[in-house]
Design a protein around this ligand. Structure first.
Ligand code: PEP
Ligand code: MN
Length: 263
């Protein structure tokens, strides 16, 4: 692993066996939310068998409606621990509250700061004080400068394990969920040494669009993707419409191999 080179001399962030920012394209996959042990374990096994590098899954869900499923909370961490042990995959989950930073940092492998919290400076400071890898998602309406300044909060705290994530911004179009700003990926790569990954799922809003956007991300120079995948999308408690069925993961991995080397 240590022999893997950083692309263009940028920095690399270690996540389990993967080095985000190295010449190998990193794939983080898993459900939007952790729901049950069988859902998470089944999905995790498929993620691992497809050759992806890490498992994602929200235990705290920032939902638009307070009446929507909010995630299992801390109880979801026990389910994640089982899936980690079963598969050996590192686990990535979102932190939404400063009071949960410590317990999450002790129990997961990477903390995600969601789009809605990109400018939650208290949360950035708290996570910046840890030494756990962080996935910082661009805000729904954040400029590139604002995103880079949010990353500075983490770096200023001494946490250098920062990965940026383009996940789509709010535009005028209503035919899809968010406008995936791949130009921003190229600008991030010009302006920072930090690894940059893309979330094709939340921009797509529909399963059929996920693979094309993932391939576009790889072709334009992203260091990896974080993609929502579920063992039974129709039963998902959150974001089922955009979840890639786990059966499609091998095809995604295969096609990414070509797209990522073509660029
Ligand atoms: C998520 O990854 O499940 C999520 C809520 O993403 P975002 O913060 O980008 O909306
Ligand atoms: Mn989601």
């Amino acid at each position: 692993q240590a022999a893997k080179a950083a692309r263009d001399g940028g920095s690399m962030v270690k996540l389990g066996e993967a080095l985000i920012g190295s010449e190998e394209f990193t794939v983080i996959a898993g459900p939007c939310s952790v729901e049950t042990q069988s859902q998470l374990s089944k999905t995790a096994r498929a993620v691992q068998q497809a050759g992806a590098h890490a498992l994602r899954g929200g235990v705290f869900k920032p939902r638009t409606s307070p009446y929507a499923f909010q995630g299992l909370g801390r109880a979801g961490l026990d389910l994640a621990q089982v899936a980690r042990e079963e598969t050996g995959l590192p686990f990535v989950t979102e932190v939404v509250d400063v009071r949960d930073v410590e317990i999450l940092a002790e129990n997961v492998d990477m903390l995600q700061i969601g789009a809605r919290n990109m400018q939650n400076y208290a949360l950035l400071r708290e996570v910046g004080a840890t030494r756990i890898p962080v996935l910082l998602k661009r805000g729904l309406a954040a400029t590139i400068d604002e995103t880079l300044m949010a990353a500075e909060y983490l770096l200023d705290g001494g946490n250098s394990q920062v990965v940026l994530c383009e996940r789509g911004i709010r535009a005028f179009e209503s035919g899809y969920r968010f406008a995936l700003d791949l130009t921003a990926v190229t600008v991030f790569r010009e302006r920072t040494h930090l690894p940059v990954i893309v979330d094709p799922s939340h921009a797509a809003g529909a399963t059929d669009r996920v693979i094309p956007l993932a391939l576009a991300a790889a072709a334009c120079g992203a260091d990896g993707i974080i993609v929502e995948s579920h063992c039974d999308p129709a039963s998902a408690l959150c974001d089922g419409k955009q979840a890639l069925p786990v059966e499609d993961l091998p095809e995604l991995m295969q096609r990414l191999r070509f797209a990522a080397t073509a660029g």
